[in-house]
Design a binder for this molecule. Sequence first.
Ligand code: AMP
Length: 253
Amino acid sequence: MLFEQLGLSADLLRAISDQGYTQPTPIQEQAIPVILDGKDVMGGAQTGTGKTASFTLPMLRRLEIYASTSMSPAKHPIRALILVPTRELAVQVHESVKTYGKYLALRSTVIYGGVSIDAQVNAVRSGIEILVATPGRLLDHLQQKTLGLSKVEILILDEADRMLDMGFMPDIKQIIQLLPEQRQNLMFSATFSEEIKKLASKILRKPVLIEVAKQNSVSELITHVVHPVNVARKQELLIFLIKQKKLKQVLVL
Ligand code: AMP
């Protein structure tokens, strides 16, 4: 499968090619056409699967009709809202939006807590089509009326399981009440607990379920080390390593 077969535009394909990507990942292959079709999606995917591009690329494609170089903030209402659990992820997702959208006249910004709200207020005031936000800080902005969500067409919840774990559920509920009824909803989560399913059933409408495993995934807590050794001395090395590192539990395969 090629990116050219997924229904993306020339400007997006150019940005993808600039990144050096030659082939879509499994989640991209499955999610991009469905999202372009306007359907809601429940995506089961971890970081490292290419999930960010799997929602960012079709989101940008759908918003291309609003590309405008007008200076008027009124011409740039928020059309897509991406909610994420942490500041780090917010910055990372926003980087992807900028990278893939670099040839499009669409504006984006990122807002998160722990820093002064003033600079964020200015960025939002000038008008943006795409907002990446952590829920708490977004609510601060909404309470101060520094931004509006009445023109949002696409809602994306990234790492929804982490947002639940971090207690963002009440904030998310409040935010969703301020969105137009008619919109596309995309939710991504690495795990599918009962709580996640409940949240999905509340937010998503007839979602298409797309699940991919992380290829060759290794727990982030595991470090791989290679010791080149003569076959005859393997046992000796193993005993040495166990003694040297004072290992208490060892699995030998
Ligand atoms: P993510 O799962 O969204 O955190 O992405 C993991 C990494 O894969 C990021 O560094 C992306 O730049 C990269 N990536 C995304 N899509 C592709 C692709 N189709 N080919 C190669 N790398 C990709």
